[in-house]
Design a binder for this molecule. Structure first.
Ligand code: SF4
Length: 249
């Protein structure tokens, strides 16, 4: 069974390779990291102040009461209430979806989507061990937002060369993306280039950090220039430009 934080859409995929594609999002609860370095301050339902990433409501188990335990059929029922007359993409995000990789209901859900012609993207930090035993698993697009030192997570926890290699060798079109700000750019490039030496060749997207359109604007030009200089792709974060960091759109 999966802990589900929210299911919403149809909206557009706001970032990465499939930016702009109509999609329904399934956001799981729970993450194996906290990324306090991203410095997003929030308050738990019991009033405790804390720091994490902008998905804190899907990361911190203090919000668990707001999550719903669901199996494949219940999730599909919610997804189909939202599905327009045509098939939109399915994006599974979090939290960290790969925490559920070994869960039978999660695998049934993935199998259903892939075998029924839905394009599935899993947004992941790429740090957990997974295997590819089934063919449908190889048709999933893994959008891997590998964490750099600015997350303040320990290196051993955030970089899993074996998993990144396995995903890139078993799937087509999976890629890496990194959210960076102006101040961290040079260090980020150094860390990304070092990582790329250790894994199979893949596409790399750089995206500007920020929780609001204003912050995205402040970072985007420097990130574009850095992407051009190093042969990476720039990718915007459309959902933030249009809706800031509002949930459910
Ligand atoms: S890995 Fe992703 S979801 Fe988890 S805490 Fe870090 S940024 Fe948030």
């Amino acid at each position: 069974m999966l802990q589900i934080n929210e299911i919403f859409g149809p909206t557009i995929q706001g970032e990465g390779k499939l930016i702009g594609t109509p999609s329904i999002f399934i956001r799981v609860g729970k993450c194996n990291m906290r990324c306090v370095g991203f410095n997003v301050e929030y308050e738990t339902p019991s009033g405790i102040k804390n720091f994490s990433c902008d998905s804190f409501h899907a990361v911190d188990t203090a919000f668990k009461e707001q999550w719903k335990v669901m199996g494949k059929d219940e999730i599909l029922e919610e997804v189909f209430k939202l599905m327009p007359k045509y098939k939109v993409d399915i994006v599974i995000t979090g939290g960290e979806p790969l925490l559920y990789w070994k869960d039978a209901e999660f695998q049934k859900l993935l199998k259903y989507f892939v075998e029924n012609g839905y394009k599935v993207t899993i947004e992941t930090n790429g740090s957990l061990d997974i295997d590819f035993k089934e063919n449908y698993q190889k048709k999933i697009l893994f959008s891997m937002s590998v964490k750099l030192s600015n997350s303040l997570e320990p290196l051993k926890k955030r970089i899993n060369i074996e998993t990144l290699t396995r995903i890139l060798n078993n799937t087509k079109d999976s890629y890496l993306k990194f959210v960076v700000d102006k101040e961290f750019l040079n260090q980020a490039i150094e860390e990304i280039n070092f990582l790329l030496l250790q894994i199979p060749k893949t596409e790399v997207y750089l995206m500007p950090m920020g929780d609001t359109a204003k912050q995205i604007n402040e970072n985007s030009e420097a990130v574009i220039n850095m992407a051009i200089e190093h042969g990476f792709k720039y990718c915007d974060r459309l959902h933030i430009r249009v809706w800031d960091n509002k949930r459910g759109v």
